[in-house]
Write a protein that binds this ligand. Structure first.
Ligand code: C2E
Ligand code: CA
Ligand code: CA
Length: 778
C-alpha cells in the first residue's frame, strides 16, 4: 500500500481507508483478544499457572484505553501498538510455554498487520524479527535455558490449550479474511472512484473539445467582425478616434490621420492636448471631452469650424466606454461632416419656402406665416393682395421668358419701396401679397396699409423696360385686416380676394379695402350664379323685345332683344343684376348663344306674320366676341333659321372697342362681310370720340339713356346731342336715341334728325303676345 500519489485527494482517501482498516483491526484484535484471554485464563487456571493471562489482560487493557482515546493518538502509534501487542503476546506465549506453534501465529499476525497498516519494508522487518525471535526462543528451549513449570505434554494435550489454539487460529484466519475483504472493498471503491473520475475526465474532455471548437469559431467570428469594423471605420469619411481617460490617443482611423496630416502610428500615444492648436476642430471639442470625462455620459453636438477650405459643419459624437466595474476605459470620438447635408437642407428649405423666380416668400410659406401670426399674437396685422392687370395678355404677347423677367422686375421694384418689415410674397402667377405687422410701425395699421397699398399700385404702374421696349402694367389690390376681416387664414384670403376682384371690376389699377358690402355683393353673386346654372333647366329664361321707332313717322323699324330671368327663387331679376354675373362666370357665352337663337327664331316668326322686314338687335358681350369662330357661329345660326342678315343687328358697348382693337376689328369686319349690322350701344358713357369710332365697321350709334335724360334741362347737353347726331351722320352711322320717356325729348331729337327712338314713351320691352300685337297693328 505504499503508493506515491501526489494527489492530496487520493492521499486523504488512502489515509481514510487505513484509518478504517486500523479501527476494524483494533476491534477484532480487541474482541478476539478478549475471548482468547478468557479461554487462556481458563486453560492456565486449570493447569495451575496464570502467568500469561496477566500479560494478555494488561496488553488488551492498553488496547482498550487506546481505543477510547483513538482520536487523540497518532495513527502510527496506534498501528505500532497493535503490532507490538500481537508480537508481545507471541513472545510471552513462547517464553512461558514454549508454544512455538501458537506464538508463531501472533508473529505472523503482527507482520500481516504491519503489512496492512505500514510499509512493505516494515513488514519484512517484522517478519525477520519474528524469525529471529522464534529462533532465539527455540534455541533457549533446546539448550535448556528455559524450562517448563508444568508438564508440556500436559499442557499440549489439555483440552483448553486446544481450544485456546483454535481460538487463536480462528482469530488469525478471521483477521486474514476480514482484512482481505477490507482491501477488496477498498479496491472496488477506488476502482469505482477511478471510473467515475475517468468518466468525468472524459466528459470534461469532450466539453473541453467543444469549448475549444467554440472558442475557435468565436475567434473566427470576432476576427471577421473586427475586420468588418475595421473596414467600416477605415473606409468612412468620418473622423474616428479613441482616447484614454488621460486623453491619450489609442486608436485613430485613416480619415482622422489624413485630417490631422499625421501618420496613424505617429498619432497613437499622442495626447489630445498636443494636437490642440493644430486644428480648430480639436480645440473646440476639448471642452466637451472634459465634460464627458467628468459626467461619463455620451454627448452629441454640432461644430461649425473654419477649415482650410471654407466653412465646415461637423456633427460630433463623444461616447464614454465604461468597464463592467464602472471604471472609465476610453472615450470614442466621431466627427461627421454634415456641411453638404446642411446646405442641401437649406436648399430644400429655399425650395419649400421661397418662390424660385423672384426669391420672395411663396404661397405655402406665406400661409404658414399668417397662421403663426394668428396663433402667436393678439395684435392686428394687414394683408394686401394684388395681381397685375392684363399680365396674361402681356405674357402671351412677349413670351414667357420676358413675362418672367417682368414679374422679377416688378418684385424687385416693390421690394425696394416696401417698408423693411413688410413681408412680400409671390403667391403664384401674377398674384402677390404683402403682410404688414402692426407691431412694426408706429402709425395706425389702417394708415400704414393705405400707404403701402398706394405704393404698390403706383409702383406697379411704372414702366418695365424689356429689350428697349417699355411695358406698362398696373395692379389691382385688396386689403384686409386681422381680426376685423377674418379670424382664419382662409377667411382672410377669401375676403382679400373679394376686395381685389372688386378693384378689378371697378376699373383696375386701384386698391380697395374689404368691407361688408363687397362681401354681400359677392355672396349675392355666388347665389345668383348657382341659380342661373339651372335657369334653362327650370325654364326661367325668356326674351322681351323693345320696339325701335322711326324718327320720321314713328313706325316700328325693329326690336331690341332683351334677356329676361324670372327666377323661381328670386322672382324677376333685372338684367343689370344678372348679366354681370353671367359675364364674370363666363356663362354669358352660353346664354348669349341662346338669345341669338331666340332672336333668329323671332325674326323667322315675324317674317311669317308680316310683310315688313324688321331689324332685331341682340346685345353681345366682349367674351362672346372673343370666342373663336364667333362670326361663323352667328352665321351658322342665321342660316339655320333662313334669316336675312340685314335684319340682324349686334349691339356692342364702347368698352369692348377699347379691349383688343385688332381682334375686335377683325371679328366685326367678318360679321359685316356676312351682312350683319353692328350697333354701338350706350354711346356717351365712355370716352371714345367719334373720330376714334371710324376705325370700326359700325352701322348704328345708340346714344345712351343718360344723354336723353338731360334733354330739356341742360342747354349744353342738348347742343352736344345735336352735334353728335350730325357728326354720326357724317361718318355714315344711323342714330338711335335710347331711354325716351318724354315728348320734349322726341320733339328735340326729331328736330335734330335722330333716325330712331327707343324708350318707354313709345314701347316698353314687350312679351311675345304684345309683340305680335304691335307687329299686326303696325
Ligand atoms: P341696354 O342694352 O342699354 O338695354 C336697354 C335697357 O334700357 C333695357 O333695360 C331697357 O328695358 C331699358 N329701357 C328702354 N327704354 C327705357 C326708358 O324709356 N326708360 C328707362 N329707364 N329704361 C329704358 P334692361 O332690359 O333692364 O337691360 C339692361 C341691360 O342689360 C341692357 O342695357 C343690356 O346692356 C343688358 N342686356 C339685356 N339683355 C342682354 C343680352 O341678351 N345680352 C347682353 N349681353 N346684355 C343684355
Ligand atoms: Ca342694348
Ligand atoms: Ca343701351
Amino acid at each position: 500500500m505504499d503508493m506515491k500519489i501526489e494527489d492530496p485527494a487520493i492521499e486523504s482517501s488512502m489515509h481514510d481507508m487505513k484509518e478504517r482498516l486500523l479501527s476494524r483491526i483494533f476491534l477484532s484484535v480487541l474482541g478476539v483478544g478478549f475471548i482468547f484471554s478468557v479461554v487462556n485464563f481458563i486453560n492456565e487456571w486449570v493447569l495451575g499457572s496464570v502467568q500469561m493471562t496477566y500479560a494478555v489482560i494488561m496488553f488488551y487493557s492498553i488496547l482498550l484505553i487506546m481505543h477510547a482515546f483513538r482520536r487523540k493518538i497518532h495513527f502510527e502509534i496506534r498501528a505500532y501498538t497493535i503490532i507490538f501487542i500481537l508480537f508481545g503476546t507471541g513472545i510471552v506465549s513462547g517464553l512461558t510455554y514454549g508454544m512455538v506453534g501458537s506464538s508463531m501465529l501472533f508473529y505472523v499476525g503482527a507482520a500481516y498487520v504491519a503489512m496492512l497498516l505500514l510499509s512493505k519494508r516494515e513488514t519484512i522487518y517484522w517478519m525477520a524479527m519474528t524469525l529471529f525471535i522464534y529462533l532465539v526462543i527455540y534455541v533457549f528451549w533446546v539448550s535448556g535455558i528455559l524450562t517448563y513449570e508444568f508438564s508440556v505434554m500436559e499442557y499440549a494435550v489439555s483440552e483448553t490449550t486446544l481450544i485456546s489454539r483454535m481460538v487463536a487460529f480462528i482469530f488469525f484466519v478471521g483477521l486474514l479474511i476480514f482484512s482481505q475483504w477490507m482491501v477488496n472493498e477498498f479496491l472496488v471503491d477506488k476502482m469505482n472512484d477511478l471510473k467515475q473520475t475517468h468518466d468525468e475526465l472524459r466528459l470534461s474532455d469532450k466539453q473541453l473539445i467543444e469549448q475549444y471548437n467554440e472558442i475557435l469559431n468565436n475567434r473566427e467570428e470576432i476576427k471577421l467582425k473586427e475586420e468588418q469594423y475595421r473596414s467600416i471605420v477605415e473606409n468612412t469619411e468620418d473622423l474616428i478616434y479613441a482616447v484614454t481617460p488621460e486623453k491619450t490617443l489609442i486608436t485613430a482611423n485613416s480619415s482622422f490621420s489624413a485630417f490631422m496630416n499625421m501618420d496613424q502610428k505617429e498619432l497613437i500615444g499622442t495626447s489630445l492636448d498636443k494636437l490642440k492648436g493644430l486644428v480648430t476642430l480639436i480645440d473646440e471639442n476639448d471642452r466637451n471631452v472634459d465634460y464627458v470625462l467628468e459626467k461619463k455620459v455620451p454627448i452629441q453636438f454640432v461644430q461649425r469650424i473654419e477649415k482650410p477650405v471654407g466653412r465646415q459643419i461637423y456633427h460630433t459624437d463623444i461616447t464614454p466606454v465604461m468597464h463592467v466595474d464602472g471604471s472609465f476605459t476610453m472615450m470614442l470620438i466621431k466627427h461627421h461632416n454634415v456641411t453638404e447635408l446642411v446646405h442641401k437642407d437649406e436648399q430644400i428649405e429655399q425650395l419649400a419656402y421661397f418662390d424660385q423666380l423672384t426669391g420672395l416668400v411663396n404661397r405655402y410659406h406665406f400661409e404658414a406665416i399668417i397662421s403663426e401670426k394668428i396663433n402667436d399674437t393678439s395684435h392686428q396685422f394687414g394683408i394686401i393682395y394684388f395681381d397685375l392687370d392684363h399680365f396674361k395678355k402681356i405674357n402671351d404677347t412677349i413670351g414667357h421668358f420676358a413675362g418672367d423677367y417682368l414679374l422679377k422686375q416688378v418684385a424687385e421694384m416693390l421690394q425696394a419701396v416696401l417698408p423693411e418689415e413688410a413681408i412680400l410674397a409671390r403667391l403664384g402667377g401674377d398674384e402677390f401679397a404683402v403682410l404688414i405687422d402692426e407691431a412694426s410701425e408706429g402709425h395706425s395699421l389702417t394708415r400704414v396699409l393705405e400707404d403701402v397699398a398706394d405704393t404698390v399700385v403706383k409702383t406697379a404702374r411704372k414702366p418695365v423696360n424689356i429689350d428697349g421696349v417699355h411695358y406698362y402694367i398696373s395692379a389691382s389690390a385688396g386689403v384686409v385686416v386681422y381680426p376685423i376681416h377674418g379670424s382664419s387664414h382662409d377667411e382672410l384670403m377669401k375676403n382679400v380676394d373679394t376686395a381685389m376682384y372688386k378693384a378689378k371690376n371697378d376699373g383696375k389699377n386701384k386698391w380697395i379695402f374689404f368691407n361688408a358690402e363687397i362681401k354681400d355683393e359677392t355672396d349675392q353673386s355666388i347665389l345668383l350664379e348657382a341659380h342661373l346654372r339651372h335657369a334653362f333647366e327650370y325654364d326661367e329664361m325668356y326674351v322681351d323685345y323693345q320696339p325701335l321707332v322711326s324718327g320720321e313717322d314713328e313706325h316700328v323699324r325693329g326690336f331690341e332683344a332683351l334677356m329676361r330671368w324670372n327666377s323661381n327663387y328670386f322672382g324677376p331679376v333685372s338684367p343689370a343684376v344678372f348679366i354681370p354675373v353671367l359675364e364674370q362666370t363666363g356663362m354669358i357665352v352660353e346664354f348669349g348663344e341662346w338669345i341669338l337663337k331666340e332672336a333668329m327664331n323671332k325674326i323667322h316668326e315675324l317674317a311669317s306674320v308680316s310683310d315688313q322686314s324688321y331689324v332685331v338687335s341682340v346685345n353681345v358681350s366682349l367674351l362672346q366676341l372673343k370666342q373663336e369662330r364667333f362670326a361663323t357661329n352667328v352665321k351658322r345660326i342665321m342660316d339655320e333659321w333662313g334669316v336675312n342678315p340685314a335684319s340682324v343687328e349686334l349691339e356692342i358697348t364702347e368698352s369692348i372697342l377699347a379691349d383688343d382693337v385688332d381682334l375686335i376689328i377683325n371679328v366685326l369686319s367678318e360679321l359685316k362681310q356676312f351682312g350683319i349690322r353692328i350697333a354701338l350701344d350706350d354711346f356717351g358713357t365712355g370716352y371714345s370720340s367719334l373720330s376714334y369710332l371710324r376705325k370700326f365697321p359700325l352701322d348704328t350709334l345708340k346714344i345712351d339713356k343718360s344723354f336723353s335724360e338731360g334733354i330739356g334741362q341742360q342747354q349744353k347737353q342738348i347742343e352736344l346731342i345735336g352735334s353728335i347726331i350730325q357728326m354720326a351722320h357724317k361718318i355714315g352711322l344711323e342714330v338711335v336715341a335710347e331711354g325716351i320717356e318724354e315728348p320734349e325729348q322726341v320733339a328735340y331729337l326729331k328736330r335734330h334728325h335722330c333716325d330712331y327712338f327707343q324708350g318707354y314713351y313709345f314701347h316698353k320691352p314687350l312679351n311675345d303676345k304684345d309683340l305680335l300685337e304691335v307687329v299686326k297693328t303696325g
